[in-house]
Design a protein around this ligand. Structure first.
Ligand SMILES: Cc1ncc(COP(=O)(O)O)c(C=O)c1O
Length: 386
């Protein structure tokens, strides 16, 4: 941690970082957590994979997020250390026996499964009170940018068979699904809840918990998603119709929707060449997700001079290359930058609090590990810092 600063300008007055810095805005994380805790009709788990920084975990806990979706021993360790009273759900549907035993020793009781062999593993290694959360595959439809039901999730017939086998094994299963990440249509959640309830009815198995996953959007430049409140409203309607009559409690496990606004990335212009800039971070670093999401995840950004002020003036399109030797290390869209952008300037990309630092690799020995806290909001697209 480099330190805590009132603004990016204050950081730059103290330091002129030549390597990328991830900026955390705990006040934005806290606001997102308050919105979920107050608005979601059930328990909110944080999907730790999108940002496992201890300050993020502690900030969310302080605002009432006590449950965490973890997917590896590393994430279990991070939560156990940062939030000793955190309740973890091991929601990776493919685990080794040793990972399940480690989770159990760390107090985990809930484990995602999407097939009978994984269920039997949980039965064998997860302890007598293990709760298998059977994952249903949900058609992506038009709602989401990423489909999260191609790799994991049981189709309806198998879902029913896994639930029945869980009951035979003397386990009390729950249900989980994921409508896909960056889901732009709240109705996808209604369809998911309804589909899960209908599949449960067909299987003849009662459950107490339904985890409706993540998928809540971040508001990228290109995103026309409705406000979060609309998602909560649709989910509550579906809860009343399909979950409450069956005695089912809802949970959700947002990553992006909770954390994206809580972080930005400060990258530096290493070299300006005509209508191209070479940055010290790129798609093998903190901007990995931009490569996959392309225009659907177009980040807000601004240009800052080495003195910390906004670089103004007329803008024009620039190609933005990352620092590595790989020709693929280029942003998938052009940036509108001030024509006067120069070596040593900084670009601040917002909405990097989810899937930014966590996805960064170390290719060419280039990392983006440094973190600083910033108290001011992100200043907007080429705007003035507030
Ligand atoms: C099981 C599970 N839960 C939650 C999430 C978080 O999803 P999102 O960031 O879309 O909210 C993911 C993302 O991959 C996931 O795989």
């Amino acid at each position: 941690m480099i330190g805590s600063f009132g603004s990016v300008a204050a950081l730059l007055r103290q330091d002129a970082p030549d390597t990328p810095v991830h900026l955390l805005r705990p006040h934005r994380l806290a606001a997102a957590a308050r919105a979920f805790v107050a608005g979601f009709p059930g328990d909110v788990l944080f999907a730790v994979k999108c940002n496992a920084h201890p300050l993020v975990l502690k900030t969310l806990r302080a605002e009432g997020v006590r449950h965490f979706d973890v997917a590896s021993p590393m994430e279990i360790g991070r939560v156990a250390e940062a939030v000793p009273d955190g309740i973890m759900f091991y929601h990776h549907p493919a685990k080794t026996p040793a990972q399940i035993r480690l989770a159990r020793e760390s107090g985990v009781r809930h484990y995602a499964v999407d097939c009978i062999p994984e269920l039997e593993k949980v039965k064998a290694h997860g302890g007598a009170d293990a709760v298998p959360m059977v994952r249903l595959a949900i058609p992506k439809g038009s709602g989401a940018v990423y489909d999260l039901s191609t790799k994991f999730g049981a189709p309806p017939d198998l879902f029913g068979a896994v639930l029945r086998r869980a009951a035979e094994l003397g386990l009390r299963p729950g249900v989980t699904f994921h409508v896909g990440s960056q889901c732009l249509d709240p109705e996808a959640f209604r369809l998911g809840i309804r589909m899960a309830a209908e599949c449960l009815d067909r299987a003849g198995i009662a459950v107490a918990l339904m985890d409706i996953g993540g998928g809540f959007p971040a508001y990228y430049r290109s995103t026309g998603a409705p406000p979060l409140e609309r998602y909560f409203q649709v989910i509550d309607e579906a809860r009343r119709e399909w979950a409450a009559p069956r005695g089912i409690r809802l949970l959700c496990e947002p990553g992006r929707g909770l954390a994206a606004e809580g972080g930005s990335l400060l990258a530096r212009v290493i070299l300006r060449k005509d209508d191209a800039v070479y940055l010290n971070d790129g798609i093998f670093g903190g901007l990995t997700e931009v490569y996959w999401g392309k225009d659907d995840l177009s980040l807000p950004y601004r240009v800052v001079t080495p003195e910390g002020g906004p670089r103004g003036g007329p803008v024009r399109p620039f190609t933005a290359y990352g620092p590595t030797c790989d020709g693929n290390d280029v942003l998938p869209y052009r940036l509108e930058l001030p024509a006067e952008v120069a070596d040593g300037d900084y670009l601040e990309f917002n909405l990097i609090g989810a899937y930014g630092r966590e996805m960064a690799a170390r290719y060419n020995g280039m990392t983006s590990e440094a973190v600083a806290v910033i108290e001011a909001d992100f200043a907007g697209h080429n705007g003035i810092e507030g």
